[in-house]
Design a protein around this ligand. Sequence first.
Ligand code: F6P
Length: 348
Amino acid sequence: MKRIGVVTSGGDAPGMNAAIRSVVRCAIYSGLEVKGIMRGYEGLINNDVIDMNARSVSNILSRGGTILKTARSQEFMTKEGRKKAFETVKKNGLGGLIIIGGGGSFKGAHVFWKEFKVSNIGIPATIDNDISGSDYTLGAHTAVNTALDAIDKIRDTVTSMERIYVVEVMGRDDPFIAIRVGLAGGAEDVIFPYPESRNFSRNSSGSRRTSGEENFIRDTKYDIDTMCKDIIEGTKKGKLSWIIVVAEGITNAHDVADKIKEKTKLSVRPVVLGHIQRGGSPEAFDRTLASRLGCDAVEALLNGHSDAMVGIVADELKITRYETACRKDQKKILLDEKLYKITKILAT
Ligand code: F6P
């Protein structure tokens, strides 16, 4: 292998630039040439390719977003689109690709590998942290801190105005951000989706776990009536301000705020944090992870791995097939439940 391509795909995440820098410089260190593919898989389809050297990645380590731009390519989902992408790979003499992105990008990479056998290794990068085979994805830590910064500010107005704030955070259908900011921000409750696969927690007779855990485990539909009863009871005991965090994957802040207002007759305000959670300078954790995984990805490619991503589990490198990486991680689901339980215990 003489030359590789690096691409960022899907939603941008803080740490993508740090990963590009690492891939480029580690590849050069290993005697490879590197091309940058612009705008995700769109750039592969349209031969939007640039030369990269050690200097093209100067001063990007601390920058959010991605210098290669990114996109969610509809055309790459078609066979014709992938065929054009393969032409670009051949035209540029790329012996392999490093794909920095999330689950959607990995699913595309898997099909591309099956059809055209272009070696490729993924680096998990998404604020959602919804990938199996890595404890954390690039950007997830930074996004939690960005959302937490907002929650802390909202706390000031919540306590001053003695209101209820319903704060919606991102994460697609994963509760990672919602649960972390709920706990770290001292939220009174978190509304989040439980994936279908949480059925794993059923016992052999098919019934759900009993014990104290049960009180904290809700079904996929959140229970607004119980939450409003808790709020009314709380106000009687002198609790006058509330922050409810809502994960975008289950409902939205406006809907929840309207319902709470209707049922409690209290003053409620919805806040949607939105895409600010995707921006900003990556914190040290994400820069370190990106720098590590960039080098690991180059090495994995050179060692003949493909159709898989590099990740870190318990601080050690783990190579996981895309098919597994795109499944729900049962350990993460259990951890989320545990952290939610702690949030509820502390929110008295
Ligand atoms: O996957 C990252 C993410 O920010 C999700 O949290 C969110 O649901 C989605 O992307 C938003 O996508 P878009 O930027 O295309 O609106």
